[in-house]
Write a protein that binds this ligand. Structure first.
Ligand code: ADP
Ligand code: MG
Length: 813
């Protein structure tokens, strides 16, 4: 891009013979610009006192004085512009000045001498000369010649033009496209392949202009002529075309109206005769102002056509032609003022390159053909656009092998054939889409299977629970039966006791004690007790085993007390606590194991999901990434390993616990057995001792034996039961409060019954009384033994003793 101000030159027309020269001076020493000073003589004010400035100084790029020749002007003014146009930029050279100041002479030239050739012929000559010299590009040259008169455009190069009037020439109109580019309709572009053709066209245009000019329209002074050289160039083989145009403009005379004198008014108020020049000045003024957004190009055809030349994409040069004689000094000053404004305008010339689509297509087609030829030469095969059936099958096999190959380094080599490569991509894409659908199906199937598995697991769990429930039901039934049996046994005991109280003493006691006549319920009770005790002693181990450890209630109570006092019970209790802890721990571990197992399964599920995703990704965009390890999967695997370690540790611990629990259970069972055995031994010893003291009461199976049955206890006691609820603490015994004995005292002595004293009322029958006393004595012994026994199990003793004594007293009464 070339950004520079419009270059402004001045040319002073040689004075005619009769012309009086104005006072001016040219100073070329002020580099880089030249200075023109115009002096206005005082006497020009026609006698008026003129206080106006007499000297006007103007700066120009260069000032061509009267002696300046056409070639010099061309070299300085037009040649640089022509060079730019040849390089691809737009250029404009326009001449501005009053009528007769030498515009036409400068632009077109004088008709008299060859040396008077103006800028147009010299430029044409120069351009064609340059084009001939440059063989690196192909140039095409056209020319157009437009005359604008009264806002109407005329094509001066119409070859059919035979009319004698300007109006007979083809009218040129302005058209603007969407990009605000100006197009001139009906303006012919005549190709000029050489200088001669171009000059002929120039001559044709000038002729037409001359013929059309009449004294009436004064076309030569009031019209603008724009000779344009259009150059297009391109390098051979390139689709890029450079298009540039050079406007060589001969404007209408800039003279003003009311040319009444050279007074101050004239210089400021005079108006252009030509309206379009007025608009030109408006455009120039607008362009010279900073921050001016609207430039009134459209006000006139001339400004529209020269739009690019003024503040646009163009290298523009102006030459101000001056008639420096005294009469035209004011116009000269006006011209110079205008030139100063134009000099402020900045243009931005850009290289006009464009790509010719037709040339591009041709070029590409040619290139394709060349490449095809080259390819055929290299491969030895003539390639078509389609792959053969055989080639397609081969490719399918290659793709299949590639996809199945687990080796990360495997490649799919189909050669340097874009058709094959494209086919592979399409094929893999189809596979990927299919795989996506399959994955979805697989996922759904997986979910369905997971559901089935869960269902199966659930059913299995339900079955186990049902079995457990059944087992528990069975256990409960057994326990209920046992309870019932025990209850029945207790009821039987009560019934027998009642029966004994209300029934015949004779029937119950005749065989053992001589108390048949007495019919005492006490004797029946005592006998029954003794009998039950005896049978219990002998039956105990058998019962314990046969009934699953069930004992009579009294025996059980005695056992409970024995057990409490036994040293092994501490061991049992300790083991029981330990077992409780172990069970709790085992339960906790079991729950933990389930959690860990679920977690591991969940992590495995995530890995599977990851595989599916990566497989899908691999199909959609095969890359090396697939061959690399998935960090997410690695992390998941590490987590699984950690969980597995934890699972193993807990599992081993649980395994150890199971062994420990089983061991503890066996140990407890063993201790319990020992305790029971010890109790049985003690129980038997007590029974034997009792038997030795009263052999007649236990010697015969038919003999009524004394049985230490503790009726009060109706609780269900099991040897297996270590429940605190089944124990009755001596301290809690309410009966103890009603007795003189302290039930908490293990060395409790039975209170001597009142019946043992002589104060006992007797029947009067000596034999009977002796028997009664004997019985009482025997009973006392039994009770003493019993008390010894009870001392170990001191519950309900007071109550029972009271009951016995009361019964005895009641009987005696
Ligand atoms: P314009 O086009 O500005 O009205 P012209 O170019 O027609 O003026 O010039 C008017 C007359 O002056 C012509 O006869 C032309 O030959 C002559 N003339 C103009 N400039 C020069 C010059 N530099 N040297 C010689 N003659 C000139
Ligand atoms: Mg002219």
């Amino acid at each position: 891009m070339v950004k520079e101000t419009i270059r402004v030159y001045a040319r002073v027309k040689p004075l005619g013979r009769r012309q009086q020269a104005g006072i001016y001076s040219v100073d070329d020493d002020e580099k880089p610009l030249s200075s023109l000073e115009i002096l206005v003589p005082r006497d020009l004010a026609d006698g008026f006192i003129n206080n106006k400035r007499e000297s006007y100084r103007f700066k120009f790029q260069k000032i061509f004085d009267q002696e300046a020749k056409q070639d010099v002007v061309f070299d300085s003014v037009a040649k640089p512009v022509a060079e730019c146009v040849l390089a691809g930029y737009n250029g404009t050279v326009f001449a501005y000045g009053q009528t007769g100041s030498g515009k036409t002479f400068t632009i077109t030239g004088g008709a008299e001498r060859y040396s008077d050739r103006g800028i147009i012929p010299r430029t044409l000559s120069y351009i064609f000369d340059q084009l001939q010299k440059d063989s690196s590009k192909v140039y095409t040259t056209h020319v157009s010649y437009l005359e604008i008169y009264n806002e109407c455009g005329y094509d001066l190069l119409d070859p059919r033009h035979e009319a004698s009037r300007l109006e007979d020439l083809p009218k040129v109109t302005i058209m603007e496209d969407s990009d605000q580019n100006i197009h001139l309709k009906n303006l012919s572009l005549q190709q000029a392949t050489n200088e001669e053709e171009a000059l002929n066209l120039l001559f044709l245009g000038d002729t037409n202009r001359m013929i059309a000019e009449t004294p009436m329209n004064q076309a030569s002074t009031r019209s603008h002529c724009i000779f344009t050289i259009h150059i297009s160039s391109k390098e051979p083989g390139s689709a890029t075309i450079r298009r540039s145009k050079l406007h060589l403009v001969d404007l209408a005379g800039s003279e003003r109206v009311a040319k009444t004198g050279v007074g101050g008014h004239l210089l400021t108020e005079a108006k252009y005769i030509n309206l379009s020049l007025h608009y030109l000045e408006q455009v120039i003024i607008a362009l010279a102002e900073k921050n001016r957004s609207h430039i009134p190009y459209r006000n006139s055809m001339m400004t529209s056509v020269l739009r690019d030349s003024l503040g646009g994409n163009c290298m523009t040069t102006m030459i101000a032609t001056l008639s420096i004689d005294k009469r035209n000094i004011d116009e000269s000053i006006s011209t110079c003022r205008f030139a100063q404004r134009v000099a402020l305008i900045k243009n931005e010339a850009v290289l006009n390159e464009e790509i010719d689509p037709r040339l591009m297509i041709v070029q590409l087609q040619k290139e394709i053909q060349e490449l095809k030829d080259e390819l055929a030469l290299v491969t030895g095969k003539q390639r078509t656009s389609e792959l053969s059936q055989e080639e397609l099958l081969q490719l399918d096999e290659l793709i299949e092998t590639f996809l199945k190959d687990n080796d990360p380094g495997s490649t799919l080599d189909v050669g340097a054939d874009m058709r094959k490569i494209k086919y592979c991509f399409i094929h893999v894409k189809e596979l990927m889409n299919h795989s996506k659908i399959s994955d979805k199906k697989l996922l759904l199937q997986h979910i369905s299977e997971a559901k089935d598995t869960n269902k199966e697991a659930g059913e299995e769990e339900l079955k186990k629970l049902k079995e457990l429930l059944q087992q528990r039901d069975n256990e409960i039934n057994i326990l209920v039966n046992m309870l019932k049996k025990e209850k029945k046994k207790a009821q039987d005991a009560l019934f027998q006791l009642n029966a004994a109280s209300a029934g015949s003493i004779e029937r119950d006691c005749s065989k053992t004690v001589n108390l048949e006549e007495s019919q005492s319920p006490l004797s029946s009770f005592i006998l029954k007790e003794a009998k039950d005790f005896s049978s219990s002693v002998h039956r105990l181990p058998l019962l314990s085993r046969g009934t699953g450890g069930m004992m009579s209630l009294g025996c059980q109570e005695a056992f409970e007390v024995f057990k409490r006092e036994h040293a092994d019970s501490i061991t049992i209790e300790d083991n029981k606590q330990l077992l409780k802890q172990r069970f709790a721990e085992a339960k906790y571990l079991g729950e933990k194991l389930n959690e860990v197992r679920n977690k591991i399964n969940h992590l495995k599920g995530e890995i599977t999901q990851r595989h599916i995703q990566r497989a899908a990704l691999g199909v959609s965009s095969p890359s090396e990434e697939l061959n690399t390890l998935d960090p997410v999967e690695e992390k998941l695997r590490k987590q699984i390993e950690e969980e597995k370690k934890s699972y193993k540790t807990m599992f081993n611990r649980l395994k150890g616990l199971k062994v420990e629990i089983e061991h503890l259970q066996l140990l407890m069972e063993k201790v319990k057995m020992k305790l029971r055995k010890d109790f049985e031994v003690w129980w038997s010893e007590e029974a034997i001792n009792l038997q030795q003291e009263k052999p007649e009461m236990v010697s015969s199976p038919n003999t009524a034996t004394v049985y230490p049955q503790f009726i009060k206890s109706s609780q269900h006691l099991s040897t297996n039961s270590f429940s605190e609820a089944t124990r009755i603490s001596p301290n809690e015994d309410p009966a103890g409060k009603n007795n003189s004995t302290t039930s908490s005292n293990p060395t409790l002595k039975t209170r001597t019954p009142p019946s043992s004293s002589t104060s006992v009322p007797l029947t009067g029958d000596s034999q009977a009384d002796a028997d009664i006393l004997g019985f009482i004595k025997a009973r006392q012994n039994i009770l003493q033994k019993k008390a010894q026994c009870i001392s170990l199990c001191p519950f309900r003793l007071g109550e029972q003793m009271t009951f016995l004594l009361k019964s005895t007293i009641s009987f005696l009464k």
